[in-house]
Write a new protein. Structure first.
Length: 263
């Protein structure tokens, strides 16, 4: 069984093979082929990734050398037959040809797609389950031990945004289920990681209020207001102000901060 992992440090699980040894350029090459798994990556794109748009005159030869070393590393890690099957030359480019179970990204994307469909169907308990399964595959920042070039960095940013959206999806579904106390730790973490995201501030304030913690909710509002003012020179949004007003007046049925936030 061969399984590549990119949702965290780059890893290759295989039976009886050596650890996947690779230099920085080979790791970057492999990382790009894996985030584009089952697609041919042209040599022009590889040059852009490896040399940031300024390839040397020997770039094509150097890429072929890197691929040669990558094939050798794969052969040592998972066997010659598997290496020949998964790393293919296709026209003026290369391709990692992987089955669904051979890359953690595939499982993550499948679970995310299921969670989004379930959200649209208002099946929030199942959304929480799928989102938690997807997030359990995440071992840290994507390809955290690979220094990306500008092409790979774009893919990493896109996947990181998807990860954040899945966390948001899980939180919003939990709030729809009335699990306000249960999501407070994650909301505090999201506010800490994304201090300029007003939606996360609003959810935290709302969840605190609905958990009977009005004083903490007002403190959270003041913290959001101060952060937005100090870093962006902005006042709180209308939604945040409505939440504050509802808390101060003790209004029932305060506006929910979790409505329709995930597309």
């Amino acid at each position: 069984m061969t399984r590549f992992k990119i949702l965290g440090p780059l890893e290759l699980e295989s039976r009886g093979g050596e650890a996947l040894r690779r230099g920085p350029k080979v790791a970057r090459l492999l990382g790009l082929l894996l985030v584009r798994a089952n697609q041919t990556v042209g040599v022009d794109t590889l040059m852009d990734e490896l040399w940031d748009g300024e390839p040397p005159t020997t770039a094509l030869k150097t890429i072929r050398t890197h691929v040669y070393h990558l094939r050798g590393a794969l052969e040592r890690s998972c066997g010659a037959d598997t290496a020949r099957r998964v790393l293919l030359t296709r026209g003026p480019g290369y391709r990692m040809d992987l089955a669904p179970e051979e890359l953690d990204l595939f499982a993550f994307q499948q679970l995310v797609g299921q969670a989004q469909i379930l959200w649209a169907e208002h099946r929030h308990d199942e959304v929480v389950d799928r989102a938690e399964q997807a997030l359990s595959l995440w071992r840290g920042p994507v390809l955290s031990d690979v220094r990306p070039g500008r092409v790979l960095a774009g893919h990493v940013a896109r996947l990181t945004e998807t990860y954040t959206r899945v966390r948001e999806l899980r939180v919003d579904s939990a709030l729809r289920l009335g699990l306000h106390r249960e999501v407070l730790p994650e909301l505090r973490d999201l506010v800490s990681v994304y201090p300029l995201h007003e939606g996360f501030h609003a959810r935290l304030i709302d969840a605190l209020s609905r958990s009977g913690r009005r004083g903490e909710a007002l403190s959270a509002f003041r913290a959001a207001r101060d952060t937005l003012h100090d870093q962006l020179g902005l006042e709180p949004s209308e939604e945040l102000c409505r939440l504050q007003h509802a808390i101060l007046t003790g209004a029932s049925g305060a506006p929910s901060a979790s409505r329709g936030s995930v597309n």
